[in-house]
Design a protein around this ligand. Structure first.
Ligand code: NDP
Length: 254
C-alpha cells in the first residue's frame, strides 16, 4: 500500500463546505478518497461537492446541524448507504463568539461548546461502529492555537478547543485496540469566513497575526490539505493522540 494513498476510502468532513474543511476535503479527494460534505447551508454544500468531483472522486453532501445527535446518526447512515463504509472522520465544524469572559451568557457558552466540542463527541461515537466494521479508521479533530494559548476575547472557544485536544487523547487511547488513530490539528491563523469576522471584531488583528507568524502570512485553506492527507492515510498509522500545529511557526515564536 502506498503511504499517502486513500483510494477506496470514505471520509466525512463536517463543515466541509468551506474554509479549512473544504481545504482538507480537497486534500483527501486528491489522494483518492470519496467524501461526504456536511454542513447546514445546502447551497455551500452543493458547490463544494461540485469542486470535489472535479478531482475525480465521488462526493455527496448531507445537510446536518452537528449539535443534533439524531442528525449526526442519520449523517453516518447516509454515508454508509451511499458509499458502503466510513474510514475517515474530520470533526471540523466550528464557530466563535468573541467578547470578554464576564459578558458570556450561558446560552452563548453552550452554543460554542456544543458546536465545537460536543459535536465532535457525538460524531465520533456515531462513526465508531462503522470504523470498527471497516477494520480501523482515522479521526482528525480540529483544535486551534487557542487549544494551547489564552486570549481575553475567546473564553468559550478556548475551552472548547482545549477540550478537543484532551478528547482526542482519550479516544486515541481507548480506540487504539480497534486500529483507529485519533489526532488533533491546531491551525494557526487561516484566511476563512470565520477569521474575516475576527478581523472585523478585533482591532489590529491582521497586523498582529502578520508580525507574530514567522512565515509572515496568513495560512490559506489549501495549507491544511497535506496534514489532512497524512493523518487520514497509512503514513500516520503509528501516530495517535498527537496535537499537530499547522501555523507557519506561530506557536514556537516568543
Ligand atoms: P468557516 O466559518 O469558514 O467554516 C465553519 C464551517 O463549520 C462551515 O462549513 C459551517 O457550515 C460549519 N458549521 C458551523 N456550525 C455548524 C453546525 N452547527 N452544524 C454543521 N456545520 C456547522 O470557518 P473555518 O474554516 O475557519 O473553521 C473551521 C474549523 O477550524 C473550526 O473548528 C475553527 O474553530 C477551526 N479553526 C479555524 C482557524 C482559522 O484561522 N480559520 C484557526 C484555528 C481553528 P454551515 O454554516 O453550512 O453549517
Amino acid at each position: 500500500m502506498k503511504a499517502f494513498d486513500l483510494t477506496g476510502k470514505v471520509a466525512v468532513v463536517t463543515g466541509g463546505n468551506g474554509g479549512i474543511g473544504l481545504g482538507m476535503a480537497e486534500g483527501l479527494a486528491a489522494a483518492g478518497a470519496n467524501v461526504m460534505v456536511v454542513g447546514r447551508d445546502v447551497a455551500k454544500n452543493e458547490s463544494s461537492v461540485a469542486k470535489l468531483k472535479t478531482l475525480g472522486v465521488e462526493a455527496a453532501s448531507f445537510q446536518a446541524d452537528v449539535t443534533d445527535k439524531n442528525a449526526v446518526e442519520a449523517m453516518v447512515a447516509k454515508t454508509v448507504e451511499i458509499f458502503g463504509r466510513l474510514d475517515i472522520l474530520i470533526n471540523n465544524a466550528g464557530t466563535n463568539i468573541r467578547q470578554q469572559p464576564e459578558e458570556f451568557t450561558e446560552a452563548e457558552w453552550h452554543t460554542v461548546l456544543d458546536t465545537n466540542l460536543t459535536s465532535a463527541f457525538i460524531c465520533s461515537n456515531a462513526a465508531y461502529p462503522e470504523m470498527k466494521k471497516a477494520g480501523g479508521g482515522k479521526i482528525i479533530n480540529i483544535g486551534s492555537m487557542l487549544s494551547i494559548f489564552g486570549a481575553s476575547f475567546s473564553l468559550a472557544y478556548a475551552a472548547s478547543k482545549g477540550g478537543i485536544v484532551q478528547m482526542s487523547r482519550v479516544h486515541a487511547t481507548a480506540w487504539a485496540k480497534d486500529n483507529i488513530q485519533v489526532n488533533s490539528v491546531l491551525p494557526g491563523w487561516i484566511n476563512t469566513e470565520l477569521t474575516r469576522g475576527a478581523r472585523r471584531d478585533v482591532a489590529d488583528l491582521n497586523d498582529r497575526v502578520l508580525a507574530r507568524t514567522p512565515a509572515g502570512r496568513w495560512g490559506e485553506p489549501e495549507d491544511m490539505s497535506g496534514i489532512a492527507t497524512f493523518l487520514a492515510s497509512p503514513a500516520s498509522d503509528f501516530v495517535t493522540g498527537a496535537a499537530i500545529p499547522v501555523d507557519g511557526g506561530f506557536s514556537v515564536q516568543i
